[in-house]
Design a protein around this ligand. Structure first.
Ligand SMILES: Cc1cc2nc3c(=O)[nH]c(=O)nc-3n(C[C@H](O)[C@H](O)[C@H](O)COP(=O)(O)OP(=O)(O)OC[C@H]3O[C@@H](n4cnc5c(N)ncnc54)[C@H](O)[C@@H]3O)c2cc1C
Length: 432
């Protein structure tokens, strides 16, 4: 609850996974916390693919598997490599409960209700416009209607955090460091989904799509099964969209028409269309995440592991760690940058920064070699399987040699060496 003079222990801006995780951690420790959300309710403005991950979600909501509004339990990960009119799919399948597809408007709302039950004051339909400062310290926020004061403000306002920029900790995101994602939710009967995706009951499938309309550009597609709908979308870096003059919804239309995708959504009706940004800069673009009286969590701090499609888990755990640091700060009555830097230390010791560091060179290498890895080799994988599956009375050995020769005629040897070097560099940076 707010104290008499509109001052509370902590203000958290943004009721996404990061903000809710932070707020609930504080409230469970008996601290006063106000969570401010601009949407009509938590989740109303939130867009993702997508799946939430069981282990980190359980850390915050131990009973979520029986209590939260979940769509399907992911039992298969399909990696689909689309050529112009063909495709190769690698599917990993195992019964388990490592992740669940959810609809954020329902799931975030449920998380916010849990936060309210824990004692968080949730203020909805309120946009935080500005940070209030006393000298170099953040001491509160200004909304459209009033000013709220706090010992600590946690910014969990998502990828486009205008407030993080006001702290001076974050600069404008460069076009190469952010992807614009568009997606559609397409309604289909539950049984139709089960048949098309080869699942039963509440089982679900996560599909990651390479190539197709995104051949040669830094972009990926996705398809997720919900209870009675399928989410399909793609994300492409702003830089590539602008450079190629592509419109994301046109790319999505092309993806939906691809012969390997169209049958999955055939006959469905469009339920929802949305667009959102995804931080893509990786480890090298993570800003400083604290200053006097302020911490930054989740997408606002660019904490997304794009190779593994992990964002909500990094948001939840960074929010939780920011909450834990805030508890210590309140107990010690010390809200200085130095004290709050414990949060950055905890993040560095956790999988959040460790994983981001593991892939620190990934985006640079992909930018440099995108025509190789997101175009040439994707097509080559499909043409290998075309060769392998074609029955044409040509002796198989001849077919193999014809295929091998094309590698050296299609692509300069110097480029092949550069590709190999890039792979070695990438593997080295990941493994060592
Ligand atoms: C298309 C797409 C697919 C994705 N798929 C996955 C996936 O499958 N799995 C996964 O783990 N991650 C996925 N992600 C990433 C994931 O959605 C994000 O990493 C995660 O939502 C970040 O959580 P957050 O709390 O930091 O930010 P957000 O979820 O963006 O929440 C920020 C909140 O702050 C509010 N807000 C913003 N500004 C203000 C303001 N000034 N005042 C008040 N409130 C404000 C917003 O309304 C919002 O509720 C995907 C993202 C996209 C776009």
């Amino acid at each position: 609850m707010l104290k008499k003079d509109n001052k509370t222990d902590v203000i958290v801006v943004g009721a996404g996974p990061a903000g809710i995780a932070c707020a609930i951690t504080l409230a469970r420790a008996g601290k006063d916390v106000v969570l401010i959300e601009r949407g009509t309710f938590a989740g109303s403005k939130n867009v993702f693919g997508g799946a939430i991950y069981t282990q980190p979600t359980k850390e915050l909501f131990p009973n979520f598997e029986t209590e939260a509004p979940l769509e399907r339990r992911s039992i298969a990960h399909n990696y689909m490599i689309l050529g112009e009119d063909d495709s190769t799919t690698i599917s990993y399948r195992k019964q388990g409960n490592g992740s669940y597809s959810v609809i954020r408007a329902k799931f975030d709302r449920w998380m916010a209700d849990e936060a309210k039950k824990a004692g968080v004051t949730v203020v909805e339909q309120t946009v935080v416009r500005e940070l209030l400062k006393n000298g170099t310290s953040v001491v509160g926020v200004r909304t459209e209607l009033e000013e709220y004061y706090a010992d600590i403000v946690v910014l969990a306002d998502g990828v486009n955090s205008l407030l993080a920029k006001q702290t001076g900790l974050r600069k404008d995101i460069e076009a190469k460091d952010v992807a614009l994602s568009v997606k559609e939710v397409i309604k289909l009967d539950k049984e139709v989904i089960n048949n098309r995706f080869n699942v039963k009951d509440d089982e679900g499938v996560i599909g990651q799509i390479f190539g197709g309309p995104m051949l040669g550009i830094l972009g990926l597609g996705f398809i997720y099964t919900n209870k009675d709908s399928v989410t399909i979308g793609l994300g492409v870096t702003l830089e590539d969209l602008v450079k190629n003059n592509y419109r994301p919804f046109e790319l999505l239309e092309q993806l939906k028409k691809h012969p390997s995708i169209a049958p999955l959504i055939d006959g469905g009706t469009l339920k929802e269309y949305s667009a959102h940004l995804i931080p893509e800069g990786g480890y090298k673009r993570i800003p400083k995440l604290c200053d006097n009286g302020v911490m930054i969590a989740g997408d606002a701090g660019m904490l997304v592991n794009n190779l593994h499609w992990e964002g909500t888990n990094l948001a939840m755990i960074s929010g939780k760690l920011a909450g834990e640091t805030a508890i210590e700060a309140i107990n010690n009555n010390n809200f200085s940058k130095k004290f709050l830097s414990q949060y950055e230390k905890s993040l560095r010791n956790s999988f959040v920064i460790k994983d981001m560091k593991t892939y620190k060179d990934l985006m640079d290498i992909m930018h440099q070699r995108q025509n190789a890895f997101l175009n040439y080799y994707l097509k080559k994988i499909n043409s290998f399987f075309e060769m392998f599956t074609t029955v044409n009375s040509v002796p198989k050995r001849e077919n193999y040699w014809t295929f091998i020769k094309t590698i050296f005629t299609d692509r300069k040897i110097s480029e092949l060496f550069k590709d190999l070097w890039a792979i070695i560099k990438l593997l080295w940076s990941i493994l060592v």
